[in-house]
Design a protein around this ligand. Structure first.
Ligand code: UDP
Ligand code: MG
Length: 330
């Protein structure tokens, strides 16, 4: 078993990438072959609805180093990465997007750092090409915000493109939470970490599979899995509102006692200000309940304990090989 283990595994999630999958495998193999060590490419088909599944089957027939895990439906990018790392057998596992935004040619650089003794080597986007102004801005803001409010030091401007040592992959495999923010978890597990700068290219073909709705959910997963701050916000807001309204109350009493004119002329007469205050507080309370809801929903998902993903087929893995996700179910 041990001697069959490849030195490197490259894990890539695939969701409707029929135009790119062939080139991805070629370029990845071309980047790894000069190193002269055995490697495998683990593709995870995340319920693609185009020709990607058949194409991957073909590639596997031609080149058994390319293995494919088929999901029974679309489970999402983060779970596809999880499955890939569960199935990967290499001493070092590289996670990379299959849309060629992360150039496979950078992998040898990550490997060089790993050889220096680093156990997590993440690729840092020194430059981004072909992204919309909106995406670059929101991403930059998000990574800075998450560092401020969480206890893990997620490196700025990194994605999921990274190399992890076997020890790290095994530690990650023990984390079975559903709303996974992999780039945070791989920092949370600890170990010796280093970054390598690279240029993130524009997507070669096809469209992004991350519309704004998914991006927001992803950002929320990142924040809620590493921070209680949104929950504590209600407490802070409560204290602030209490302090303001106490001051206000005292002022009103004093002014009422001192005021001698017609009460309808008083600054505190009338319903508009009252209504505005009540509506404002109502809104704050609703938002606070919503925030609690985000956490409760996530707790509910964990408690149900469903499997993280369901595999309908796995191509190219030896029979005795059981991925971690399946091992724990027995
Ligand atoms: N992806 C996936 N499942 C999804 C969405 C995306 O496996 O539900 C894959 C996709 O094929 C790609 C990677 O995740 O390899 C990153 O997705 P994408 O390039 O669309 O995101 P972006 O780079 O635009 O943030
Ligand atoms: Mg992409």
């Amino acid at each position: 078993m041990i001697n069959k283990r490849p030195t490197f595994s490259v894990v890539a999630p695939v969701y409707n990438e029929e135009q790119l999958i062939e080139e991805f495998c070629q370029r990845t193999s071309a980047a790894l072959e000069p190193l002269g060590e055995p490697f495998e490419i683990v593709l995870v088909n995340d319920g693609s609805r185009d020709r990607s599944p058949e194409l991957m089957r073909e590639i596997n027939r031609r080149d058994p180093r390319v293995k494919v895990v088929y999901f029974s439906k679309n489970f999402g990018h983060q779970l596809a990465i999880t499955a890939g790392t569960d199935y990967a057998q290499g001493c070092a596992v590289v996670v990379i997007d299959s849309d060629l935004q992360d150039p496979p040619e950078v992998i040898p650089e990550l490997i060089a750092k790993w050889r220096e003794g680093y156990e997590v080597v993440y690729a840092v986007r020194a430059e981004r090409e072909g992204e919309t102004w909106f995406k670059t801005m929101t991403a930059a803001l998000f990574y800075r915000l998450i560092i401020k409010i969480t206890s893990v030091n997620i490196p700025v401007d990194t994605g999921d493109f990274r190399l992890m040592d076997r020890k790290v992959v095994d530690s990650l495999a023990r984390i079975r939470e559903h709303h996974r923010f992999m780039r945070g978890l791989s920092v949370w597990v600890g170990f010796k970490q280093a970054g390598v700068p690279y240029r993130r290219h524009a997507r070669k073909a096809g469209d992004t599979k991350y519309p704004l709705r998914k991006m927001l959910k992803f950002a929320l997963d990142g924040i809620t899995s590493f921070s209680y701050l949104p929950l504590q916000l209600a407490t802070y807001l409560g204290f602030i509102t209490a302090a303001i309204s106490m001051t206000f109350l005292i002022a009103v009493v004093i002014m009422r006692l001192l005021y001698t004119g017609n009460p309808t002329d008083s600054a505190f007469y009338g319903q508009a200000s009252t209504l505005a205050m009540v509506l404002f507080l109502g809104a704050v309370q609703l938002v606070s309940i919503g925030i609690i809801g985000e956490y409760v929903g996530r707790i509910y998902d964990e408690v149900k304990g469903r499997p993280l993903y369901i595999v309908s087929d796995a191509l190219g893995f030896d029979d005795e090989h059981k991925p971690y996700g399946l091992r724990t179910q027995e």
